[in-house]
Write a protein that binds this ligand. Structure first.
Ligand code: TNX
Length: 558
C-alpha cells in the first residue's frame, strides 16, 4: 500500500470516527435501512427555503411548522420550483422521479451542505422522510417554543429507507380507564415520531363504552360511566369525572372524526375495536335486554371479574350490533374493524336454554362453534359496510370466519396463516405494554403482574415472524403491535411511562432490518430520543443497556 493511500484511509477513519462520536452522530429511531454519512452539514438559517411540489405541500407544512416553532425562523412552504433536482439553499420535498421500489412508505433523503431533498413515491414516504430529517437536527428542534443559541445543523447523509412490516401498531385501552381526545392526539404524535402507522383504539369493554352511537344513546349516557375509578385506585389518581361526579367519559362522533383526521395527517390508520360477544358488560349495563340473564351488571364495571356476554339467541341482539357497526363503519375510513372475540365466558351460554336451543337448530356441537357462528354473522355485517373483520386469537375456535384477520395474543398464527388468513402478532411474551418494565416491582408504578416483565431489552429482541410459520406463508404476518391494557393505569402520565421507551424498541422491531439490531447502539440513540421526549413533554421510563433491571434474571412472579 502506498504511503499516500495509507494516509487517505487514516484520515477518512478519523473523519468517520469524529462523526460517530460528535454531537451530530445520527441518532435515528427506528434505524434506517441504508444510511451513508458524508462530509459537511446543511445549516438552517432564516433564509432557508422549503419547497415542495404542489401535491406535497401538506407534508412540507408539517415540516415547516415544527422547524418554525423551534427555530423562530419564518419558514413556510413554497411551490415555486417546478424542477425535480435539488435547489441550492433549500429543503425540497417531492414525489417527482421517486424510486417506486422504495414501496408505499419508503423515502430517500439526501442532505448536502447546500441542499436537502426528500423524495418518495407517496406522501406517507415523504412524511417519514420528514421524521428522519427532524431526528438529524439537534433534539431542541422538538421544543414547544423558539430556542436561541442552537446551531441548526443537519449532517450530510444519503438515506434510503423503507419499513420491514406494513402493520406497525400500538393499542390503547380507553375502557378500563378513560383518556381524553387531546391525550389520544398526544399519543398519536409520539407514534408518528416512531413511524408507527396503526393505532388500535380499544373503545369498548366491560368497564366503559367510549364511542357515541346515535341510534343507541344509552351506550354512552349509561355505559360510559361508573361509580368510581375502580381497580383499587383512589379518586385523585385521575381527572376523568363527569359533571355528576361519576368516573368515565366518551368521545362524541365529532371527536372521533377529528381524531381520525389528526391520525390521517400523520399517516396513521385507526383500527376501532368494538368488543363482542364477551367483554361487553358496559353495553349490557346500558341495554340488559341483549344479555342472556337480564342483569344487573353495573356493580362489576368498577373492576369486577365478571365478563359480560351478548345473547346470540335474540335477533334483537344482531339488530343492535348492526346499528352499532354501521355507525362505526361510517366513522372510520380504515380497512379494519376489530370485533374482539377474546375470553368469551361460555358458562352463560351453557346455562341458557335459548342458546342451547339455537345450537340444536343450527347444528352447533359446542359453545366454541356458537362463538364461531356469532363471529361469522358479524363478519357479514362488517363486510357489508365495506370493512374487514379482525379479532383476537379466540376467533379461531370453532372455525374461522371467511376473510377474517387474526390478532395473535395466545397463539393461532400458524393455523390462521395455513388457512390463508392474515395475522398480526401481539404475543403476551413480547407485546404487553401493561406488564412491568423490570423485575424490580417495588421500584415501579403499578403494572400487570401476570406475565414476565416486558423489559426494554426483551421488547427490542422480539422477532415477530413466528418460527413455526413456514417461509412461504410469512407474507401473511402483517406485523406487530404493543398492547397497552389499562386496568392498572388510571392517568395519561402513567400511559406515557408504560409506553416509552418500549415503543421506541417496538418501532425498530417493526421498521428496521432484523440483522441491523444492536441494543448497545440503540441505547446510544435512545439517550438522544430521551432529549426529544423531554422537549415534547413526554413522560418515559429511563432505561437502556446499562439498566440492571434489563439484564438481571427475571424474578419469579409472586
Ligand atoms: C387479557 S389480551 C385481555 C385483556 C386484559 C389483559 C390484561 C386480550 C385479548 N384480553 O382484556 O386487559 O389481558 O393484561
Amino acid at each position: 500500500m502506498s504511503l499516500t493511500l495509507a494516509w487517505v484511509i487514516f484520515l477518512s477513519l478519523i473523519v468517520a470516527v469524529g462523526h460517530a462520536a460528535g454531537p451530530a452522530a445520527p441518532a435515528i429511531i427506528p434505524q434506517p435501512q441504508h444510511l451513508e454519512l458524508r462530509a459537511g452539514a446543511f445549516t438552517l438559517t432564516p433564509a432557508t427555503r422549503v419547497d415542495a411540489d404542489p401535491g406535497s405541500r401538506a407534508t412540507a407544512r408539517f415540516l415547516t411548522s415544527r422547524l418554525a416553532t423551534a427555530t423562530g425562523y419564518p419558514l413556510t412552504p413554497a411551490t415555486k420550483y417546478f424542477g425535480s433536482g435539488s435547489v441550492p439553499g433549500a429543503i425540497f420535498l417531492t414525489t417527482r422521479h421517486a424510486n417506486t421500489n422504495l414501496g408505499p412508505e419508503g423515502y430517500e433523503l439526501t442532505v448536502a451542505p447546500d441542499s436537502v431533498v426528500i423524495r418518495a413515491p407517496t406522501q406517507a414516504g415523504l412524511f417519514y422522510g420528514v421524521q428522519t430529517l427532524l431526528q438529524l437536527l439537534p433534539p431542541a428542534i422538538f421544543s414547544p417554543g423558539p430556542v436561541t443559541n442552537v446551531a441548526w445543523q443537519i449532517p450530510a447523509v444519503q438515506i434510503q429507507d423503507w419499513p420491514r412490516f406494513v402493520w406497525r401498531g400500538f393499542m390503547l385501552d380507553v375502557s378500563r380507564h378513560f383518556f381524553t381526545k387531546a391525550e389520544v392526539e398526544t399519543l398519536l404524535d409520539a407514534l408518528a415520531l416512531h413511524k408507527l402507522n396503526t393505532f388500535h383504539w380499544h373503545l369498548t369493554d366491560d368497564h366503559g363504552w367510549r364511542i357515541e352511537i346515535k341510534a343507541c344513546p344509552k351506550l354512552t349516557s349509561v355505559g360510559a360511566w361508573r361509580s368510581g375509578v375502580g381497580f383499587g385506585y383512589a379518586s385523585n389518581s385521575t381527572t376523568a369525572y363527569g359533571p355528576d361526579g361519576r368516573y368515565g367519559g366518551f368521545y362524541t362522533q365529532d371527536d372521533i372524526r377529528e381524531v381520525v383526521k389528526y391520525a390521517a395527517a400523520r399517516h396513521i390508520t385507526i383500527v376501532p375495536e368494538i368488543e363482542m360477544p364477551g367483554h361487553s358488560l358496559a353495553a349490557l349495563t346500558a341495554y340488559p335486554e341483549y344479555s342472556c340473564t337480564g342483569g344487573p351488571f353495573e356493580p362489576a364495571m368498577t373492576g369486577g371479574v365478571f365478563n359480560g356476554i351478548y345473547d346470540p339467541a335474540k335477533e334483537a341482539t344482531f339488530q343492535f350490533l348492526t346499528e352499532v357497526l354501521a355507525e362505526v363503519a361510517g366513522l372510520f375510513p380504515g380497512p379494519y374493524i376489530h370485533v374482539g372475540g377474546d375470553e368469551v365466558p361460555k358458562d352463560t351460554w351453557k346455562n341458557s336454554p335459548d342458546c342451547q336451543a339455537l345450537m340444536r337448530r343450527e347444528g352447533l356441537k359446542n359453545e366454541e362453534e356458537l362463538q364461531s357462528w356469532f363471529v361469522r354473522r358479524i363478519e357479514k355485517i362488517v363486510n357489508a359496510h365495506g370493512h374487514r373483520l379482525i379479532g383476537w386469537s379466540e376467533i379461531l375456535q370453532g372455525g374461522l370466519a371467511q376473510n377474517a384477520t387474526v390478532m395473535d395474543w395466545i397463539g393461532g398464527a400458524k393455523e390462521a396463516a395455513e388457512a390463508g388468513h392474515d395475522v398480526v402478532m401481539t404475543p403476551t411474551s413480547n407485546c404487553y405494554f401493561d406488564f412491568y418494565q423490570s423485575s424490580n416491582r417495588v421500584a415501579e408504578p403499578r403494572a400487570a403482574a401476570w406475565g414476565k416483565p416486558l423489559t426494554l431489552a426483551r421488547m427490542y429482541a422480539y422477532e415477530p415472524l413466528p418460527t413455526n410459520v413456514p417461509p412461504a406463508l410469512q407474507s401473511h404476518i402483517l406485523g406487530t403491535q404493543g398492547n397497552l391494557w389499562t386496568e392498572q393505569i388510571p392517568n395519561f402520565k402513567h400511559v406515557e411511562y408504560m409506553t416509552f421507551p418500549r415503543a421506541s424498541a417496538l418501532a425498530e422491531v417493526t421498521w428496521s432490518a432484523p440483522e441491523a439490531r444492536d441494543f448497545t447502539d440503540f441505547s446510544r440513540r435512545l439517550r438522544i430520543q430521551y432529549q426529544r421526549f423531554d422537549e415534547l413533554g413526554i413522560n418515559y421510563r429511563h432505561g437502556d443497556a446499562s439498566d440492571a433491571a434489563n439484564i438481571e434474571p427475571l424474578a419469579p412472579t409472586p
